[in-house]
Design a protein around this ligand. Sequence first.
Ligand SMILES: [Mg+2]
Length: 276
Amino acid sequence: MVQMNNFLFDAQNIATPLMLVDLDDTLFQTHRRIVPQTDFKMVTTDKQGQALAYMNPIQQHFVQWLLHSTHLIPVTARSAEALSRVHLPFQYGAVCSHGGTVLNPDFSVNVDWHVQMQQALTSYQERQQILIDALQQQAINFGSIRTWVVEEQGLGLYIVAKQNTENDNPYAPNFLPELLNSLSSEVLEGFYFHLNGNNLALIPQPVSKANAARFVLQQFASQQRPILGFGDSLSDVEFLNLCHWWGMPNHSQLNRWVKHNLTQQYKQEGFYGDYQ
Ligand SMILES: [Mg+2]
């Protein structure tokens, strides 16, 4: 035991923090969003085995520190298959497919969670196809999209609508918000939506990163371990709020939102504080 600044610090008795972390645009970026430099490190590959996403040197050091200092649990929109193409040594399981899938530490599918999802999504299976048909029908008025259902073990989890832009450029102007707003509330009922560049996810409400993260955290509840989180998107906030502390990268959707809304709120109120 060592004495540190009047705190009794027992190095043998530290509960390793759990770190719930989003992956894409939190720990790395695809080459469509950044131009890889010589000191960048390839971290994910596409289905053909080609380099897809990279970490800059600072991201590399951050991830090394996370892997060394925490029990790192990815909480990602990636399917289990897409997660298998992230070349980082995760050892404590994962939340995949926006929360539709939980993986055990050995990366097998968690059957308890899968059964819960099967039950919750029974009524959505037919409605997902109806929604895809409606998207394709409405897209005739806007432009070219491709749509698919992300499945796990034969269970349809959520829908992706991707606008076909030149070189799949996520920064190209896109019509996805207008397309979404043109659909009837009836066909959209029970879904929520996450727009990320030229990629729109239409997700049944039972499928959520927060629901799945809550399920994962239940097994650690009695351990009084610090729970930390990182994410880049507004849709990450719900799972991040399960953490004792959480953060976001600079240059992220979430950080842009905080900066914008803080500025607006300050202008309106005239002070920093707990606004009513
Ligand atoms: Mg992200």
